[in-house]
Design a protein around this ligand. Structure first.
Ligand code: THU
Length: 144
């Protein structure tokens, strides 16, 4: 295994760990479905987010968008990798459609995406283009 793979593996493990820990702080009294996200900036920092529900259900904010918002508020607009953990799910659960669109705003098509449910051993790893193919923004960039 080369150095690059070691870096990628340790980055993935750290993001999944941070996302799982963050999920413990989710505010999800209505769905009882906790979500934690950890995103890595292009410069290597990690920001976390959790889902934050509201009694007016439609105002709920997903964990992925919470993590991005926190990072953007600190001046980051490029991200290389994200992990999403739903500890209450039986299977790995990918980001919702709205979050896929928002993630694609700040992440390249080949940026890494990992998602897991209650079992930390069961992780799906893919890319932004894997969860959000034929994205217009990436298409425009790639053909510029
Ligand atoms: N949720 C997220 O935080 N991220 C997703 O990608 C999917 C859904 C939250 C919203 C809501 O609080 C709960 O999970 C159930 O849908």
């Amino acid at each position: 295994m080369n150095t690059n793979n070691n870096y990628e593996e340790s980055s993935r493990v750290e993001l999944l760990r941070r996302a799982r820990t963050a999920a413990g702080k989710a505010y999800a009294p209505y769905s009882q479905f906790r979500v934690g996200a950890a995103v890595r900036t292009a410069s290597g920092e990690v920001y976390i987010g959790v889902n934050m529900e509201n009694r007016s259900y439609g105002l709920t904010i997903c964990a992925e968008r919470g993590a991005l918002q926190s990072a953007v508020a600190d001046g980051h607009t490029r991200f290389s990798e994200i992990a999403v953990v739903c500890p209450d799910a039986a299977q790995p659960t990918p980001p919702c459609g709205a979050c896929r669109q928002v993630l694609s705003e700040f992440m390249h098509a080949d940026a890494l995406v990992h998602f897991a449910g209650g079992n930390p051993e069961d992780v799906v790893s893919t890319t932004i283009s894997g969860i959000y193919p034929y994205d217009s923004l990436h298409h425009l960039r790639d053909n510029a």
